[in-house]
Design a protein around this ligand. Structure first.
Ligand code: UT7
Length: 326
C-alpha cells in the first residue's frame, strides 16, 4: 500500500508579540523564571477580532499557493483545536466557507496539544481507505482568549497561531512510515477548562471565577508529559525499525524545553537534530508542530529523504507520534 505524505505546509502567527518583560508588568513573574523554567521568551497574541478560523485561513492560503493548488482541489478539511470559533458550527465549517467551498466533508477534532498528530493520522487513514485523495489538516489555537491573565502559573505559557499541512498519497518512498496515538481520560482533571460546556454551562458566577480559562496542575502534567512523549517518540522509531540516531529532525510539541530535552534523551535523538522554537512561539497547543514544521522547511532544515519525527502530549490526556520520510 502506498504511503501518505505532506505535500505542502503553511503557518500564521498573529502580529502582536507579548514578551516576558511585558508579562513582568502584568503579573508577579520574571523573564528569568519563565526562561529557565520553560524556555519561553515571547508569544504571539491574536487580535480581538481574530478567531481561530481566521488564523487557519491565512495559513491554508499560503499552503495552497505553495503547492499550486486551488481550494477546489481539496477533498476534506480536518481542524484540530480546543479553542473553536463556536461550539458549533465547527471551526472547519468556517474555514470551508472562507475558502469558498460548499460541499466537501469537514470536521473538528479535540485532542488538545496532540490534535495535529491525531488529524494527520485520520487524514492518512481516510486517504488509504480511498475515501479522500487530498486533505487539509490544520492545527490552530487562540489560547490567549481562554487564559486567566491574573494567574502567573498559566498565563506565561501559551500563545496563538495556526499551522496547516496538505496531505495526499505518495508516489515514491516518502510519507508516513509509523505512527502511535493514545489517550487516558482518567487524568482529564489535571488540565482542563472547567466551565463553558454541558457539565458547567457559562453563568455570571463561572465567568467571575474565570472557570472558562485553562486550569492546570503544572507539576503533575509535567511528569506525565515526559513519560508519554518519551514513550511515543521511541515507539514510532522502533516501529519503523530505526534508532534515535537515524532521525534527521525531531519536531516535538513545545510546552516546556525541559520536557523536550527529557523526551529527546529517552529516544536517543541528538540535540542538534531537535527543532526548538518555544522561545519565539511558546505553547500553541495543536498549532505548535505544524508551525514548527513550516518554519523548519523555510529555514532549509528539511530535505528530501530526511526522517522526521513529530511527538506530542496534551490535555485529556492525549499523546501521539509520527515518523515519516520527507
Ligand atoms: O501542552 C501540554 C500540557 N502542558 C504542559 O506540558 C506543561 C507542563 N508543566 C510545566 O511545564 C511546568 O510544570 C510549569 C512551567 C507550568 C511550572 O514549572 P515548575 O517547575 O513545575 O514550577 P512549579 O509549578 O513547581 O512552581 C515552582 C514555583 C512556585 O513557587 P513556590 O511555591 O515554590 O514558592 C510557583 O508559585 O514557581 C512559582 N511560579 C512562578 N514564579 C514566577 C509559578 N509560576 C510562576 C511564574 N513566575 N510565572
Amino acid at each position: 500500500m502506498k504511503r501518505v505524505k505532506i505535500v505542502s505546509t503553511g503557518s500564521y502567527l498573529p502580529e502582536k508579540v507579548l514578551t516576558n518583560h511585558d508579562l513582568e508588568k502584568m503579573v508577579d513573574t520574571s523573564d528569568e523564571w519563565i526562561t529557565t523554567r520553560t524556555g519561553i521568551k515571547e508569544r504571539h497574541i491574536a487580535a480581538e477580532n481574530e478567531a481561530t478560523s481566521d488564523l487557519i485561513l491565512k495559513a491554508a492560503k499560503k499552503a495552497l499557493e505553495k503547492a499550486n493548488l486551488k481550494p477546489e482541489d481539496l477533498d476534506g478539511i480536518i481542524v484540530a483545536t480546543i479553542t473553536p470559533d463556536n461550539t458549533y458550527p465547527s471551526t472547519a465549517c468556517w474555514v470551508q466557507k472562507g475558502l469558498g467551498l460548499d460541499n466537501i466533508p469537514v470536521f473538528d477534532i479535540a485532542a488538545a496539544c496532540t490534535g495535529f498528530i491525531y488529524g494527520l493520522i485520520m487524514a492518512e487513514s481516510l486517504i488509504k481507505s480511498g475515501l479522500m485523495k487530498r486533505v487539509l489538516v490544520a492545527g490552530a489555537d487562540t489560547l490567549s482568549k481562554f487564559t486567566n491573565w491574573e494567574d502567573r502559573s498559566t498565563c506565561v505559557l501559551f500563545g496563538d497561531g495556526a499551522g496547516v499541512a496538505i496531505v495526499e498519497e505518495s508516489d515514491d518512498e516518502s510519507g508516513i512510515i509509523s505512527r502511535c496515538w493514545g489517550a487516558n481520560g482518567n487524568l482529564g482533571d489535571l488540565l482542563i477548562q472547567p466551565a463553558g460546556g454541558s457539565k458547567m454551562p457559562p453563568t455570571k458566577e463561572t465567568v467571575e471565577k474565570k472557570l472558562h480559562t485553562v486550569h492546570m496542575e503544572g507539576n503533575k502534567v509535567f511528569r506525565w508529559a515526559v513519560r508519554y512523549m518519551s514513550e511515543a517518540a521511541l515507539k514510532v522509531i522502533k516501529l519503523a525499525g530505526m534508532k534515535g540516531e537515524d532521525v534527521d529532525l525531531f519536531i516535538p510539541h513545545q510546552a516546556n524545553i525541559r520536557i523536550i530535552e527529557q523526551a529527546r534523551k529517552y529516544a536517543n535523538i541528538p540535540p542538534e537534530k531537535t527543532y526548538i522554537v518555544i522561545d519565539k512561539i511558546a505553547n500553541i497547543s495543536a498549532a505548535t508542530i505544524p508551525i514548527a514544521l513550516d518554519m523548519a522547511i523555510d529555514e532549509g532544515r528539511v530535505k528530501k529523504g530526511d526522517i522526521l519525527v513529530f511527538d506530542a502530549f496534551g490535555g485529556g490526556f492525549t499523546w501521539g507520534a509520527i515518523l515519516l520520510k520527507w
